[in-house]
Design a protein around this ligand. Sequence first.
Ligand code: HEM
Ligand code: HEM
Length: 223
Amino acid sequence: MADRQHNRGVPTWDLPVRIFHWALVLLVISQIVTASIGGNAMQFHAFGGYAILALVLFRVLWGFLGGTHARFRDFVRSPGAVVRYATSMPRGLHAAYRGHNPLGGWSVLAMLGSLLLQATTGLFANDDVMMEGPLVKHVSGHASAIATAIHDANAAVLLTLVAVHIAAVLFYLLAKKENLIAPMITGRKQSVTPDESARYGKLWLAAVLLGCSAAAVYFVIRI
Ligand code: HEM
Ligand code: HEM
Protein backbone atom coordinates (compact mmCIF):
# COMPACT_ATOMS: atom_id res chain seq x y z
CA MET A 1 0.00 0.00 0.00
CA ALA A 2 2.78 2.40 0.99
CA ASP A 3 4.63 1.63 -2.27
CA ARG A 4 1.53 2.09 -4.35
CA GLN A 5 0.83 5.41 -2.67
CA HIS A 6 4.43 6.48 -3.20
CA ASN A 7 4.24 5.76 -6.96
CA ARG A 8 1.07 7.77 -7.42
CA GLY A 9 2.14 10.43 -4.93
CA VAL A 10 0.61 11.37 -1.60
CA PRO A 11 -2.93 12.89 -1.69
CA THR A 12 -2.25 16.53 -0.79
CA TRP A 13 -4.66 19.10 -2.27
CA ASP A 14 -8.19 17.76 -2.70
CA LEU A 15 -10.29 18.87 -5.68
CA PRO A 16 -12.17 21.56 -3.69
CA VAL A 17 -8.85 23.20 -2.64
CA ARG A 18 -7.58 23.12 -6.22
CA ILE A 19 -10.78 24.55 -7.69
CA PHE A 20 -10.83 27.15 -4.89
CA HIS A 21 -7.24 28.16 -5.69
CA TRP A 22 -7.44 28.54 -9.46
CA ALA A 23 -10.90 30.16 -9.36
CA LEU A 24 -9.48 32.63 -6.82
CA VAL A 25 -6.54 33.44 -9.11
CA LEU A 26 -8.87 34.21 -12.04
CA LEU A 27 -11.25 36.24 -9.87
CA VAL A 28 -8.51 38.34 -8.22
CA ILE A 29 -7.08 39.17 -11.67
CA SER A 30 -10.60 40.11 -12.80
CA GLN A 31 -11.03 42.33 -9.69
CA ILE A 32 -7.87 44.27 -10.54
CA VAL A 33 -8.84 44.64 -14.21
CA THR A 34 -12.42 45.75 -13.48
CA ALA A 35 -11.29 48.21 -10.76
CA SER A 36 -8.77 49.68 -13.21
CA ILE A 37 -11.37 50.10 -15.96
CA GLY A 38 -14.02 51.49 -13.57
CA GLY A 39 -17.38 52.70 -14.94
CA ASN A 40 -19.68 49.90 -16.08
CA ALA A 41 -17.01 47.30 -15.35
CA MET A 42 -17.69 47.91 -11.65
CA GLN A 43 -20.83 45.76 -11.96
CA PHE A 44 -18.54 42.83 -12.77
CA HIS A 45 -16.25 43.98 -9.94
CA ALA A 46 -19.16 43.60 -7.50
CA PHE A 47 -20.08 40.10 -8.77
CA GLY A 48 -16.44 39.01 -8.66
CA GLY A 49 -16.21 40.32 -5.10
CA TYR A 50 -19.30 38.33 -4.02
CA ALA A 51 -17.83 35.19 -5.62
CA ILE A 52 -14.53 35.71 -3.77
CA LEU A 53 -16.40 36.27 -0.49
CA ALA A 54 -18.30 32.98 -0.97
CA LEU A 55 -15.08 31.15 -1.88
CA VAL A 56 -13.20 32.44 1.16
CA LEU A 57 -16.11 31.57 3.50
CA PHE A 58 -16.11 28.10 1.95
CA ARG A 59 -12.32 27.80 2.46
CA VAL A 60 -12.64 28.71 6.14
CA LEU A 61 -15.26 25.95 6.62
CA TRP A 62 -13.10 23.56 4.59
CA GLY A 63 -10.22 24.39 6.93
CA PHE A 64 -12.19 22.50 9.61
CA LEU A 65 -14.04 19.88 7.57
CA GLY A 66 -11.89 19.29 4.47
CA GLY A 67 -9.16 16.78 3.61
CA THR A 68 -6.10 16.18 5.80
CA HIS A 69 -3.86 18.90 4.34
CA ALA A 70 -6.69 21.39 3.77
CA ARG A 71 -7.27 21.65 7.54
CA PHE A 72 -5.92 24.57 9.55
CA ARG A 73 -4.64 22.25 12.24
CA ASP A 74 -2.43 20.62 9.59
CA PHE A 75 -0.66 23.82 8.58
CA VAL A 76 -1.06 26.51 11.24
CA ARG A 77 2.04 26.05 13.38
CA SER A 78 3.52 27.91 16.35
CA PRO A 79 5.74 30.99 15.81
CA GLY A 80 8.64 28.88 17.15
CA ALA A 81 8.13 26.30 14.39
CA VAL A 82 8.05 29.10 11.80
CA VAL A 83 11.33 30.57 13.07
CA ARG A 84 12.99 27.13 13.14
CA TYR A 85 11.79 26.47 9.59
CA ALA A 86 12.91 29.88 8.30
CA THR A 87 16.36 29.67 9.91
CA SER A 88 17.01 26.11 8.73
CA MET A 89 15.86 26.82 5.16
CA PRO A 90 19.10 28.40 3.85
CA ARG A 91 21.00 25.33 5.04
CA GLY A 92 18.52 23.05 3.24
CA LEU A 93 18.02 20.97 6.38
CA HIS A 94 14.36 20.12 6.09
CA ALA A 95 12.55 17.62 3.88
CA ALA A 96 9.66 18.66 1.61
CA TYR A 97 6.43 19.22 3.55
CA ARG A 98 3.35 17.12 2.78
CA GLY A 99 1.01 20.13 3.13
CA HIS A 100 1.85 23.82 3.54
CA ASN A 101 5.19 24.43 5.25
CA PRO A 102 5.13 26.48 8.55
CA LEU A 103 5.93 29.76 6.77
CA GLY A 104 3.52 29.06 3.91
CA GLY A 105 0.74 28.26 6.39
CA TRP A 106 0.86 31.78 7.81
CA SER A 107 1.03 33.33 4.36
CA VAL A 108 -2.14 31.40 3.45
CA LEU A 109 -3.88 32.78 6.57
CA ALA A 110 -2.67 36.31 5.74
CA MET A 111 -4.04 36.05 2.18
CA LEU A 112 -7.39 34.65 3.36
CA GLY A 113 -7.66 37.42 6.00
CA SER A 114 -6.80 40.15 3.51
CA LEU A 115 -9.27 38.74 0.95
CA LEU A 116 -12.01 38.64 3.59
CA LEU A 117 -11.30 42.25 4.61
CA GLN A 118 -11.22 43.33 0.96
CA ALA A 119 -14.52 41.67 0.07
CA THR A 120 -16.38 42.86 3.20
CA THR A 121 -15.16 46.48 2.98
CA GLY A 122 -16.15 46.39 -0.70
CA LEU A 123 -19.78 45.85 0.37
CA PHE A 124 -19.67 49.30 2.08
CA ALA A 125 -17.42 51.05 -0.48
CA ASN A 126 -18.33 53.58 -3.17
CA ASP A 127 -16.43 55.15 -6.06
CA ASP A 128 -18.24 58.53 -5.82
CA VAL A 129 -19.52 58.11 -9.40
CA MET A 130 -21.04 54.95 -10.83
CA MET A 131 -21.18 52.40 -8.14
CA GLU A 132 -21.68 51.67 -4.48
CA GLY A 133 -21.59 48.42 -2.53
CA PRO A 134 -24.95 46.83 -1.61
CA LEU A 135 -24.66 47.70 2.11
CA VAL A 136 -23.77 51.39 1.67
CA LYS A 137 -27.44 52.32 2.17
CA HIS A 138 -27.28 51.03 5.76
CA VAL A 139 -24.34 53.20 6.90
CA SER A 140 -23.41 56.90 7.05
CA GLY A 141 -21.41 58.62 4.30
CA HIS A 142 -18.50 58.86 6.72
CA ALA A 143 -18.54 55.11 7.46
CA SER A 144 -18.67 54.35 3.72
CA ALA A 145 -15.69 56.68 3.16
CA ILE A 146 -13.71 54.80 5.84
CA ALA A 147 -14.64 51.42 4.31
CA THR A 148 -13.57 52.73 0.89
CA ALA A 149 -10.23 53.95 2.30
CA ILE A 150 -9.61 50.53 3.91
CA HIS A 151 -10.64 48.83 0.63
CA ASP A 152 -8.09 50.94 -1.29
CA ALA A 153 -5.28 50.51 1.25
CA ASN A 154 -5.86 46.77 1.71
CA ALA A 155 -5.78 46.30 -2.09
CA ALA A 156 -2.06 47.19 -1.89
CA VAL A 157 -1.55 44.81 1.06
CA LEU A 158 -3.30 41.99 -0.81
CA LEU A 159 -1.29 42.53 -3.99
CA THR A 160 1.93 42.55 -1.95
CA LEU A 161 0.99 39.26 -0.25
CA VAL A 162 0.17 37.72 -3.63
CA ALA A 163 3.45 38.96 -5.13
CA VAL A 164 5.42 37.44 -2.21
CA HIS A 165 3.37 34.21 -2.57
CA ILE A 166 4.16 33.86 -6.28
CA ALA A 167 7.83 34.78 -5.67
CA ALA A 168 8.03 32.07 -2.96
CA VAL A 169 6.53 29.42 -5.25
CA LEU A 170 9.02 30.39 -8.00
CA PHE A 171 11.90 30.38 -5.47
CA TYR A 172 11.03 26.77 -4.52
CA LEU A 173 10.84 25.83 -8.20
CA LEU A 174 14.03 27.50 -9.41
CA ALA A 175 16.37 27.61 -6.40
CA LYS A 176 15.25 24.57 -4.41
CA LYS A 177 14.11 22.49 -7.41
CA GLU A 178 10.85 21.65 -5.64
CA ASN A 179 7.77 21.96 -7.87
CA LEU A 180 4.83 23.04 -5.68
CA ILE A 181 2.70 24.03 -8.68
CA ALA A 182 2.16 20.51 -10.09
CA PRO A 183 0.47 19.23 -6.88
CA MET A 184 -1.86 22.27 -6.98
CA ILE A 185 -2.98 20.91 -10.40
CA THR A 186 -2.89 17.13 -9.92
CA GLY A 187 -3.56 17.04 -6.16
CA ARG A 188 -0.65 14.69 -5.39
CA LYS A 189 2.90 15.28 -4.16
CA GLN A 190 5.65 12.95 -5.38
CA SER A 191 8.58 14.25 -3.37
CA VAL A 192 7.37 13.37 0.12
CA THR A 193 7.40 10.25 2.26
CA PRO A 194 4.19 8.15 1.99
CA ASP A 195 1.39 8.90 4.43
CA GLU A 196 -1.26 6.20 4.89
CA SER A 197 -3.51 8.52 6.87
CA ALA A 198 -3.73 11.40 4.33
CA ARG A 199 -7.29 11.73 2.98
CA TYR A 200 -9.10 13.97 0.50
CA GLY A 201 -12.24 15.71 1.73
CA LYS A 202 -15.71 14.51 0.72
CA LEU A 203 -16.92 16.13 -2.49
CA TRP A 204 -20.59 16.12 -1.51
CA LEU A 205 -19.69 17.94 1.71
CA ALA A 206 -17.68 20.52 -0.24
CA ALA A 207 -20.71 21.10 -2.52
CA VAL A 208 -23.00 21.58 0.51
CA LEU A 209 -20.54 23.99 2.21
CA LEU A 210 -20.03 25.99 -0.98
CA GLY A 211 -23.81 26.18 -1.42
CA CYS A 212 -24.20 27.42 2.18
CA SER A 213 -21.43 30.01 1.68
CA ALA A 214 -23.01 31.29 -1.54
CA ALA A 215 -26.44 31.43 0.14
CA ALA A 216 -24.99 33.40 3.08
CA VAL A 217 -23.43 35.96 0.70
CA TYR A 218 -26.68 36.20 -1.29
CA PHE A 219 -28.60 36.78 1.95
CA VAL A 220 -26.20 39.51 3.14
CA ILE A 221 -26.19 41.49 -0.12
CA ARG A 222 -30.01 41.36 -0.25
CA ILE A 223 -30.48 42.80 3.27
C1 HEM B 1 -4.16 36.15 -7.38
C2 HEM B 1 -3.20 35.28 -7.26
C3 HEM B 1 -3.13 34.21 -6.18
C4 HEM B 1 -3.76 34.08 -4.98
C5 HEM B 1 -4.77 35.03 -4.33
C6 HEM B 1 -3.31 32.82 -4.39
C7 HEM B 1 -3.72 32.34 -3.18
C8 HEM B 1 -3.36 31.11 -2.64
C9 HEM B 1 -3.91 30.52 -1.44
C10 HEM B 1 -5.02 31.16 -0.59
C11 HEM B 1 -3.30 29.33 -1.26
C12 HEM B 1 -3.61 28.31 -0.17
C13 HEM B 1 -4.44 27.19 -0.80
C14 HEM B 1 -5.27 26.46 0.22
O1 HEM B 1 -4.72 25.85 1.14
O2 HEM B 1 -6.49 26.54 0.10
C15 HEM B 1 -2.34 29.15 -2.31
C16 HEM B 1 -1.50 28.07 -2.46
C17 HEM B 1 -0.69 27.88 -3.54
N1 HEM B 1 -0.59 28.70 -4.66
FE1 HEM B 1 -1.47 30.45 -4.94
N2 HEM B 1 -2.42 32.23 -5.25
C18 HEM B 1 -2.29 33.04 -6.34
C19 HEM B 1 -1.52 32.81 -7.46
C20 HEM B 1 -0.74 31.72 -7.66
C21 HEM B 1 0.04 31.44 -8.84
C22 HEM B 1 0.11 32.36 -10.08
C23 HEM B 1 0.67 30.25 -8.63
C24 HEM B 1 1.63 29.51 -9.56
C25 HEM B 1 2.67 30.10 -10.07
C26 HEM B 1 0.28 29.77 -7.33
C27 HEM B 1 0.69 28.60 -6.76
C28 HEM B 1 0.32 28.13 -5.53
C29 HEM B 1 0.84 26.91 -4.95
C30 HEM B 1 1.88 25.98 -5.58
C31 HEM B 1 0.22 26.76 -3.70
C32 HEM B 1 0.50 25.64 -2.68
C33 HEM B 1 1.69 26.10 -1.88
C34 HEM B 1 2.22 24.99 -0.97
O3 HEM B 1 2.60 23.95 -1.49
O4 HEM B 1 2.25 25.22 0.26
N3 HEM B 1 -0.58 30.68 -6.77
N4 HEM B 1 -2.40 30.26 -3.15
C1 HEM C 1 -11.75 40.33 -2.60
C2 HEM C 1 -12.52 40.97 -3.46
C3 HEM C 1 -12.15 42.34 -4.01
C4 HEM C 1 -10.96 42.77 -4.51
C5 HEM C 1 -9.65 41.97 -4.67
C6 HEM C 1 -11.13 44.17 -4.87
C7 HEM C 1 -10.14 44.97 -5.40
C8 HEM C 1 -10.26 46.33 -5.65
C9 HEM C 1 -9.22 47.18 -6.12
C10 HEM C 1 -7.78 46.71 -6.45
C11 HEM C 1 -9.72 48.44 -6.21
C12 HEM C 1 -8.97 49.69 -6.65
C13 HEM C 1 -8.40 50.37 -5.42
C14 HEM C 1 -7.71 51.69 -5.72
O1 HEM C 1 -8.27 52.49 -6.46
O2 HEM C 1 -6.63 51.90 -5.15
C15 HEM C 1 -11.10 48.39 -5.81
C16 HEM C 1 -11.95 49.47 -5.78
C17 HEM C 1 -13.30 49.36 -5.50
N1 HEM C 1 -14.00 48.25 -5.16
FE1 HEM C 1 -13.22 46.41 -4.87
N2 HEM C 1 -12.42 44.54 -4.60
C18 HEM C 1 -13.08 43.45 -4.08
C19 HEM C 1 -14.41 43.39 -3.69
C20 HEM C 1 -15.33 44.42 -3.86
C21 HEM C 1 -16.75 44.32 -3.58
C22 HEM C 1 -17.48 43.07 -3.07
C23 HEM C 1 -17.29 45.54 -3.86
C24 HEM C 1 -18.74 45.98 -3.81
C25 HEM C 1 -19.75 45.22 -4.15
C26 HEM C 1 -16.21 46.42 -4.28
C27 HEM C 1 -16.36 47.75 -4.62
C28 HEM C 1 -15.33 48.59 -4.96
C29 HEM C 1 -15.49 50.01 -5.17
C30 HEM C 1 -16.79 50.80 -5.05
C31 HEM C 1 -14.22 50.51 -5.50
C32 HEM C 1 -13.84 51.95 -5.84
C33 HEM C 1 -13.27 52.60 -4.61
C34 HEM C 1 -12.69 53.97 -4.91
O3 HEM C 1 -13.11 54.62 -5.87
O4 HEM C 1 -11.78 54.39 -4.16
N3 HEM C 1 -15.03 45.68 -4.27
N4 HEM C 1 -11.41 47.08 -5.46
